[in-house]
Write a protein that binds this ligand. Structure first.
Ligand SMILES: [Zn+2]
Length: 260
C-alpha cells in the first residue's frame, strides 16, 4: 500500500473519531433497520464492503455475515466498533480491490457510500462481480458529481456507473441527498446477476454446521479466500493459506486479510 492510501485511511478514521466526538457514542450504534423485510436475507451470505465501524450486517439473519473495511483494525483500536459486533459478524481488515472471499460465495454485497472512497473503483466492482453467486445481489449507494476530496477521490457520473455494472440486471434505481457535502446526489441502485443458465447451477454446499455454538471464524472459513492467490484458508490461531502459505493473523478479533 502506498503512502497516499495510508494517508487516506488515517483521514477516514479521523473523520469517524470526529463524528463520534461531535454526535456522541450513540451515533455509531444508530443504524435503523426497522421495517426492512429480512426474509430475503435468511440463511444467506452477506458482505458489507467498506462498512465503516457502525454495526449493520449483524442485524441480518445471515448464515454468515462479513464486515470488510481497509480501516477495520484502526476502528477497533479507536474503540469505534461496538464490542458485540466482531462476535456476530466476521470483521475483516482488507482491501476492496482484492476481496478475501471465494469466487461465487456471496448472496448479497452491500456497497454503501464507499465506492467514491476508492482509488480504483473499477477493480472493486470487478471483485463484487467475482464474489457474488448466480442470482446474487449488489446493493449500491454512492454519491455522484461534485468535487474530489482526500477521502472521496473519485467523482462519478451515472454513465460511469452504468459501464461498471453492465450486464447485471438493474432491479431498483433511485436518487437521494448526497452523503457528503459538495456532491450532486446520492445514487441508489440494486443489481442482480440474473443469468438464467447460471441460476440453475447447483448451490455450493455448506460443510460447517451453523448454530450459536459455532464461532464466527469457524462459520466464515468456508467463504474466505487468500487475498493473494485466492486459495482456501485454514484456521489455527492465525489464518493460513493452504496454497501459498501466507499467514494472516487475527488481532483483537479482527481478521487481518490485506494482501502482503
Ligand atoms: Zn495464498
Amino acid at each position: 500500500m502506498d503512502a497516499k492510501e495510508l494517508e487516506k485511511q488515517a483521514a477516514e478514521v479521523g473523520e469517524w473519531v470526529a463524528m463520534r466526538e461531535a454526535k456522541g457514542e450513540a451515533f455509531l450504534r444508530d443504524v435503523n433497520v426497522d421495517g426492512v423485510d429480512m426474509t430475503p436475507y435468511e440463511d444467506k451470505v452477506i458482505v458489507d464492503v467498506g462498512c465503516g465501524p457502525r454495526p449493520f450486517v449483524e442485524f441480518y439473519p445471515a448464515r454468515a455475515g462479513f464486515m470488510l473495511d481497509c480501516c477495520m483494525r484502526e476502528y477497533q483500536r479507536e474503540r469505534l466498533l461496538q464490542p458485540e459486533t466482531p462476535k456476530k459478524a466476521l470483521c475483516v481488515d482488507c482491501m476492496a480491490e482484492r476481496l478475501p472471499l471465494r469466487t461465487g460465495a456471496v448472496d448479497h454485497v452491500f456497497s454503501i457510500n464507499m465506492l467514491d472512497h476508492c482509488y480504483d473503483p473499477e477493480s472493486v466492482v470487478a471483485e463484487f462481480r467475482r464474489v457474488i453467486k448466480p442470482g446474487g445481489w449488489i446493493h449500491l449507494n454512492v454519491d455522484i458529481g461534485g468535487e474530489a476530496t482526500p477521502c472521496e477521490p473519485i467523482v462519478f457520473t451515472e454513465e460511469r456507473l452504468d459501464a461498471m455494472f453492465a450486464g447485471l440486471q438493474l432491479v431498483y434505481k433511485d436518487r437521494g441527498t448526497p452523503s457528503h457535502p459538495g456532491r450532486e446526489a446520492m445514487v441508489i441502485r440494486v443489481y442482480r446477476w440474473a443469468d438464467e443458465a447460471a441460476l440453475t447451477a447447483s448451490e455450493p454446499s455448506s460443510e460447517v454446521p451453523v448454530g450459536k455454538d459455532v464461532s464466527v471464524v469457524e462459520r466464515s472459513l468456508q467463504y474466505l479466500a487468500c487475498p493473494v492467490c485466492r486459495g482456501p484458508l485454514q484456521w489455527k490461531s492465525d489464518l493460513l493459506c493452504e496454497a501459498c502459505d501466507h499467514t494472516y493473523p487475527i488481532e483483537d478479533g479482527i481478521a487481518m486479510l490485506k494482501p502482503a
